[in-house]
Structures are given as C-alpha cells and as structure tokens.
Design a protein around this ligand. Sequence first.
Ligand code: C2E
Ligand code: CA
Ligand code: CA
Length: 244
Amino acid sequence: MYQPQFNVQKQQLLTAEALIRWNHPQKGLVLPLDLIPAAEATGLIILLGEWVINEVCKQHQAWRAAGLPPIRIAINVSMYQLRQLNFASNLQQILLVHDVAAQYIEIEIAETILLAHHGVLPMINELKRVGVRVVIDDFGSAHSSMNYLKELHIDGLKIDPSFVKNIAKIEHDEWVIKAIIAIAKSLNFNVFAEGVETQNQLNFLQNHQCDGLQGYHFSRPIPAESVTTVFKHAYTINEEWSRH
Ligand code: C2E
Ligand code: CA
Ligand code: CA
C-alpha cells in the first residue's frame, strides 16, 4: 500500500510511503507490526526488504509509463537491511534495472535504529553516494542529541506521531514540535509530520511551516491504482493554485 504525503502550502503530492501488507489466504490481512518482527526473527527480512524495493521501483516505472509526473516513494528499512554491507550497492542495482533515478527514492530510518546502532552511520553516507534521500522516521521519540544530528548526512526528519496526536491538547508537545521544526530548518533538513488526523493538527503544522503532511486526515494507505487518482487530483489542484 502507499500513503500519500502532501505539501499543503502548494497542495502538491510530495511522496508516497510504501507500507507493506500481507494478504494471507487464511489469516486475512497481516499488518507490518506482526509481519516485520517475524521476518526479522527468521532472517527473511533481507529478502522481504529487497522485494519491497523491487516492487516500489516497478511501481515507479509503471506510473511514469502511464504518463504521470514523477513522484518520490519512501521505503521503510529494517536495521538488519542497513547492516548488510552491500545494502546500498544492491539498492543501486535495483534502481538501474528499473531505470529509476535515485532522487525519487527516500529511505526512512527510525531514530531508534540510528541511536542504538551507530554502525549504520557509514551506510547513510553510502546511501547518499548512491543519491537516494534519507529521512529519520519517528523523530523525537529517542532523544537524539544536537551534536549527533549535525553530523548526519540526511535530508529530513519525520516528527514522531505521538507529538502530533497531542496538538491542541498538550502544550508541551506543541513546543516540542516547534523545536523540532526549528532544528530541522536550521540544519537545512526538510521536516514532515505523520499521523495527522484532525483539522486542528493540520492548521498547527501548516502555521509552523512543516514541509510535508501525512495521515488519515488526507488519506489512509491505499493501493497503487488509487494513488493514480490522488496524483491527478493533487496535480489538478496544484495547477489551479499556480494560476492564482
Ligand atoms: P511507520 O513507518 O511509522 O508508518 C506509519 C504507520 O502509521 C503506518 O502503519 C500507517 O498506516 C499508520 N498511519 C498513517 N497515518 C495514520 C494516522 O493518521 N493515524 C494513525 N493512527 N496511524 C496512521 P503500518 O502500515 O501498520 O506500519 C507500521 C510500521 O511498520 C511502520 O511504521 C514501519 O515502521 C513498519 N513498516 C511498514 N512497511 C514496512 C516495510 O516495507 N519494511 C519495513 N522494514 N518496515 C515496514
Ligand atoms: Ca515510515
Ligand atoms: Ca513513523
């Protein structure tokens, strides 16, 4: 499935985040919270992760072939994938096979992975060499230090949804969001928010210049075919917007 992320100021579709689901013949839909830990425990995560990257690149190619404007696709990766020394070069190979420019792929790495496994830092540099974008996911949940952040060659931060949930409820969490946005801007990172479910949350994030917004308020994760519709709609709005 893909969940769209919008640039609200410009009403533009920015990114679609790939979120895995397993349609199990007996169990029905298996969600990542069950699937990913099992795949990690069995070691299957490497193959599964590669399958995800392949599917995303195929989809990118298909959208392009259908004449749609290029979109960025975000991919979540597990610590086990990042620990593989050839992860970046395998990714590069898959991009080549599907003729996808690296700039259209965004790799999301959870903040907890970065802090617990300093060994993945050289991999971030490798990924940057390949040319993909790198974003820290669930930022704010694991207390990165400022010093640490400025050493990272990343493109963006995704604010942890636990803060977004408390907008218009807990002032302290609003301050944290404002601080994260300020840090991101000063380090020249993009800043995104996810788990946006209400108009209040949207207004707050818009007022504080969050670059990209994602959540049920806009769209749930949807199949690739439905993204095509969002694509057309988002770009139609954008064209109207740019005429004003
Ligand atoms: P995540 O990367 O933080 O993804 C966001 C999760 O929040 C997704 O859950 C999404 O469906 C859900 N979500 C989006 N908008 C809202 C909202 O407005 N409200 C609420 N309550 N939830 C929202 P999902 O799809 O169940 O994925 C859970 C986690 O599983 C992801 O968290 C990610 O860490 C992991 N995951 C998903 N796909 C993959 C994958 O292909 N590979 C790996 N390694 N991990 C994956
Ligand atoms: Ca993510
Ligand atoms: Ca997240």
